[in-house]
Design a protein around this ligand. Structure first.
Ligand SMILES: [Zn+2]
Length: 135
């Protein structure tokens, strides 16, 4: 059996913006709250009136988990990757990575800025440390 993604929907619209190099979020036109993951109705008030807007890309690290993998051939130290939860300045919390930052340097409360990485068809939102304070 082949599982096909729907030809339209909020997930595909989110990914289309990411594929264009931008982080966009839905905002509820009734309660003004920003939403992530993409949905067809507002999880706060149930409204169906959701609109897409570009996000600032700024956020704050809420938590960090370090995953250990097998060492690369010829190395003794295990590979490490950090998964983070980022509280976006618009409100929603997003799971992501800081691929260019040593996991030991990622701290809770650290300010981060989103960027899009990956090859065509597999773009993803990741974060880098930044100095910008919350506005
Ligand atoms: Zn709402």
């Amino acid at each position: 059996m082949t599982v096909r993604l729907p030809a339209s929907g909020p997930d595909l619209e989110f990914q289309a913006h990411v594929d264009n190099g931008q982080l966009w979020l839905q905002t509820c036109q009734d309660c003004d709250k920003a939403i992530f993951m993409p949905r067809i109705l507002c999880p706060h008030c149930g409204s169906l009136k959701l609109a897409w807007h570009p996000a600032s890309g700024l956020g704050t690290v809420y938590s960090r988990t370090v995953l250990y993998g097998r060492p690369k051939p010829g190395e003794s130290r295990p590979q490490r990757h950090a998964l983070v939860l980022v509280d976006l300045d618009e409100g929603p919390r997003m799971m992501s990575r800081l691929p260019d930052t040593d996991p030991d340097d990622i701290t809770i409360g650290m300010r981060v800025k989103a960027r899009i990485e990956g090859d065509a068809g597999a773009h993803a939102v990741v974060f880098d440390p930044c100095e910008e304070t919350r506005s």
